[in-house]
Design a binder for this molecule. Structure first.
Ligand code: NAD
Length: 444
């Protein structure tokens, strides 16, 4: 099949590369000329495990192409995926300008049947708006009779495991109102579901809401466990034991139950906001979800609260090593990452920060700008030299079993503040390191 992917970011590039890997002819379009040029040179604009190999292979085999030419993109694929960004607008609602611009461009340039697929995360009713935008653009050209369908096909991949998730999805949600479109979507996804039927076909509005409901549920689990951690600590319980205790209940399940220093990324924060907004607009305020958001905002400050408890309110003259800037491991994405809050607060209180991240330092530099006394270390241990404490923000594998002897020697004060509960406090005590986890008693 011939596919065009409009928007070549985390979702668009993975989608394009994985469909090409299955033998489709794919053209990825982006307005960002720099991004397209890098891709043409064989350089990836993002870090995602396994993606580079797939992109390079499919480019070499002639199934994957890149362009900034929107008209060429529209003419190319029978299937037109819209995978552009939907960032939060000022009032929290999803900003639909890129999606609608992509729809308009399709209407302006198409001459024959197109199946338009909303892959971006979009509020309920967007498929109707996309339909109207395309129809209006066609009518302006006197081509109102050219047929097209709009379907919703939200994406559930996780950054850091995006290729794996796309290739072996738990389910593929397709919101569709006409039979021709349903048949094409079944054929397109057939190679991804040879073992069992993973297609969950539903009406378009339900598919649009499914994506928001999934992210809202996951954000709720995280905020719930984060609050349990805070209360466990005050009550003298251990959140790790509680997690194992509740996760073994089949109704709850073990995944996504880890307490931490708040959720971030490009999806949960903005999708929670957008769903809150959509619900309020139809007069159904979401009380649980608005508490989830408030709890997360508070949680992003817990690490700094610990620093202040340990070192006092004035941090001037102190130096903190930070391990992890990405909002989670295996990605270079720092959008809405808790690390940004931690860094800004430490700097605002007069501290110096030396940060390390295996992949996200370049993006953190862009996000933090001239944020003052922050340095970047090229290795985890290098960040520790002369630091007064180590603060662990992201649970990269490289941080899980460090040489604690070296940690102890390099730090000026042997203090570890752990936002991901990676270590065993008794073990650290053996090395003479003071340990401050979340939801468990500190080991001093
Ligand atoms: P991104 O910011 O990485 O990429 C979006 C790309 O679209 C950018 O490269 C931008 O230049 C391009 N673009 C914008 N307008 C365009 C236009 N009119 N024509 C062509 N290109 C255009 O965004 P992303 O993280 O890939 O997210 C895309 C969508 O997928 C969002 O709605 C997001 O919520 C959703 N989503 C993201 C993830 C994720 O993990 N990142 C997962 C599931 C769903």
């Amino acid at each position: 099949m011939k596919l065009t992917i409009v928007g070549t970011g985390y979702v668009g590039l993975v989608t394009g590369a994985c469909f090409a890997e299955m033998g489709n002819d794919v053209l990825c379009v982006d307005l960002d000329a720099g991004k397209i040029e890098r891709l043409r040179q064989g350089e990836l604009p993002i870090f995602e495990p396994g993606l580079k190999e797939i992109v390079l292979r499919n480019v070499a085999e002639g199934r994957l192409h890149f362009t900034t030419d929107v008209r060429e993109g529209v003419r190319f694929g029978t299937m037109q995926f819209i995978a552009v960004g939907t960032p939060p607008g000022e009032d929290g609602s999803a900003d639909m300008q890129h999606v609608l611009a992509a729809a308009r461009a399709i209407g302006r340039h198409m001459n024959d049947y197109k199946l338009v697929i909303d892959k971006s995360t979009v509020p309920v009713g967007t498929a109707d708006a996309v339909q109207a935008e395309i129809a209006a653009a066609l009518a302006e050209r006197g081509m109102a009779k050219v047929p097209f369908s709009v379907v919703s096909n939200p994406e559930f991949l996780k950054e850091g495991a995006a290729v794996e998730d796309f290739m072996r999805p738990d389910r593929i949600v397709v919101g569709v109102d006409d039979e021709r479109a349903a048949l094409l979507m079944r054929a397109l996804y057939a190679p991804f579901q040879r073992q069992r039927d993973k297609l969950v076909v539903m009406d378009v509005r339900s598919a649009e809401l499914t994506k928001y409901a999934a992210n809202a549920m996951l954000a709720t689990r995280i905020s719930f466990m984060n609050e349990m951690a805070l209360v466990a600590e005050k009550l003298g319980a251990d959140i790790e034991q509680v997690r194992r205790g509740i996760g073994s209940d089949a109704r709850i399940g073990p995944q996504f139950l880890y307490a931490g220093c708040g959720y971030g990324g490009s999806c949960f924060p903005k999708d929670v906001k957008a769903l809150l907004r959509s619900a309020a607009e139809v007069g159904e305020p979401l009380h649980v979800l608005s508490a989830v958001e408030r709890a997360n905002e508070r949680q992003k400050h817990v690490l700094v609260d610990r620093v202040l408890r340990r070192f006092g309110p004035d941090l001037s003259g102190l130096r903190f090593a930070l391990w992890g800037l990405a909002f989670k491991p295996d990605t270079d994405d720092v959008r809405e990452a808790p690390s940004l809050v931690v860094v800004r607060e430490l700097l605002a209180r007069g501290a110096r920060v030396v940060a390390h991240d295996p992949e996200a330092m370049e993006r953190a530099r862009e996000a933090l700008g001239a944020a003052g006394a922050i340095e970047y270390a090229d290795a985890p241990m290098a960040a520790l030299e002369r630091a007064d404490a180590l603060i662990v923000v992201t649970e990269w594998k490289a941080y899980r079993a460090p040489d604690f002897d070296r940690v102890r020697t390099l730090l000026r004060q042997p203090v570890v503040i752990d936002g991901r509960n990676l270590y065993d406090g008794e073990l650290l005590r053996g090395y003479g390191i003071e340990y401050h986890p979340l939801g468990r008693a500190p080991v001093l």
